[in-house]
Design a protein around this ligand. Structure first.
Ligand SMILES: [Zn+2]
Length: 475
């Protein structure tokens, strides 16, 4: 189905304007259909209960280049800490790469007087963990995917670096951007390593290699690594591992590919295995490399081992927003995407109610799901899947941190955690759509370094910091 749709849009423009107010709500899943739930976020217990096998642990990458002596103080913010606690007033101190104090900051007044401390006046804005995306293609062009195979490696590397920066610009600072297939073998690896070396801006991310599929299952020409049987599968996976990927992706419309190779042998070779399953009859099943579809109750029994990443925005945008790219809604409905979306919504709502962890990850990078619009997933989680805004944010922060198996140091605003945070102009619990508005992301910090802060952060009331350096102006 993927292939069909892509062939329809090959000559269309690469730009798209996202206007959420024009969004048709798909299906019959309206607000009154939801059981509105305002209490403690339900998905916290489910996320905490997950116990991935230790063999799945990704390498604990660090980002270099933060001055260990640097200090950043956020004053008067609403702290949304991703523990489930309601936002509360406080201050947050960052020292080097880490958050060292939250709420009451010791010696606050002397820190404010210290010219070496960078001060941001929150003025009641929300300080929260940077967001995470659990299914990402940094190397996808946001346009005609058919061009990916033809793109020169030099241009493609630049494009991938731009996507990485775009994640950061979009508030995906901690970004457990979970590399879900790279269009060329080493794009993800090279960009991951450059980010970690502090050479280019980008999120914390894991690298993938080319998607692995059978020869008759290629998504787009030139971006697939083929494997038609267990021997070839092992060979391809070993080759991916050899170039430094953190995970592999199997495109599994023909499940015999994975069924033939044993799961344990795959896992022994690669850190992690992702399996894409877009067939509607598999939507209710586990994302798991087993031969037989698993039913919801089996998934529930195994919920401590699995997360589900539905890429829900892709389906919605394909149905309702791909028309201007030559793929009308009627066609999308005819080939079954409407039914798929309806089934997905129903199944994902049930998963959330049953305590199966569902995480945002939007498959961004198609023409009609362009880079930079990642936070749409969070609004879909609230509007369609029965999540509260708080639960959506928990999923995108603490939940993706769990997927990275670094939940004790990423995804929360707590002392000891990495300083990956965003200062948001407004309260995303009241209106989660503000996270899609880059102008409302006033300050973006990753690994204790300021990636973004507008000039107003330095010249506004109560601040006497130079806009260029963040250091105090000489008197
Ligand atoms: Zn994908």
């Amino acid at each position: 189905m993927f292939g069909k749709i892509i062939s329809k849009i090959r000559s269309k423009t690469m730009t798209i304007t996202t206007r959420i107010e024009e969004y048709p709500v798909p299906g019959n899943y309206t607000v009154e259909d939801q059981k509105i739930y305002h209490e403690y976020p339900r998905n916290i217990a489910a996320i905490n209960a997950i116990k991935f096998e230790n063999t799945l642990r990704p390498r604990p990458y660090e980002i270099a280049g933060t001055n260990p002596e640097s200090k950043i103080l956020f004053v008067d913010v609403d702290v949304l800490d991703s523990t489930g606690r309601q936002p509360y007033k406080g201050d947050v101190l960052i020292h080097g790469e880490r958050i060292v104090a939250v709420g009451e900051v010791p010696d606050k007044e002397s820190l404010i007087r210290n010219p070496d401390v960078q001060i941001f006046q929150g003025r009641g804005r929300t300080l929260m963990s940077g967001l995470g995306d659990a299914h990402t293609h940094l190397s996808w062009n946001g346009g005609d995917l058919n061009k990916l195979g033809e793109l020169g490696v030099e241009e493609h590397t630049l494009l991938t670096a731009r996507s990485a920066k775009c994640y950061l610009d979009s508030g995906y600072t901690i970004t457990r951007c979970w590399g879900a297939a790279s269009a060329k073998d080493r794009l993800d690896v090279v960009i991951r390593d450059a980010i970690n070396a502090g050479e280019i801006p980008g999120p914390r991310c894991l690298a993938n290699g080319r998607e692995i599929a059978r020869r008759d299952g290629e998504l787009v020409a030139g971006i697939t690594a083929f494997a038609d049987g267990p021997d070839e599968m092992r060979q391809v996976i070993r080759s991916h591992v050899g170039i430094g990927v953190d995970q592999i992706k199997l495109s599994m419309s023909g499940e015999e590919v994975a069924g033939a190779a044993s799961r344990s042998s795959l896992l022994a070779d690669a850190n992690r295995v992702l399996v894409r399953s877009r067939r509607s009859d598999q939507r209710k099943t586990a994302i798991s490399p087993t031969k037989k579809p698993l039913r919801m109750d089996l998934l529930e029994r195994k919920k401590a081992k699995h997360v589900v990443v539905p890429a829900i925005n892709w389906l919605i945008a394909t149905l309702y927003e791909a028309g201007s790219f030559g793929y009308p809604k009627e066609k999308a409905e005819q080939v079954g995407y409407k039914r798929e979306l309806d089934e997905a919504v129903k199944a994902l709502r049930e998963m959330h109610e049953r305590g199966i962890v569902v995480l945002p990850g939007g498959d961004y990078g198609f023409a009609w799901t362009p880079h930079g619009t990642y936070a749409r997933d969070l609004e879909h989680f609230q509007n369609l899947l029965g999540f509260t805004a708080h639960e959506s944010i928990i999923a995108a922060t603490a939940g993706v941190a769990k997927l990275f198996m670094r939940e004790s140091e990423l995804g929360k605003i707590l002392p000891g955690y990495y300083a990956d945070c965003i200062l948001v102009d407004g309260n995303p619990l009241e209106d989660i759509s503000i996270l899609q508005d880059h102008d409302r992301l006033s300050v973006i910090v990753i690994n204790g370094r300021v990636h973004k802060a507008g000039v107003q952060e330095y010249v506004g009331a109560g601040s006497s910091r130079s806009p260029k350096t963040g250091l105090q102006k000489s008197k």
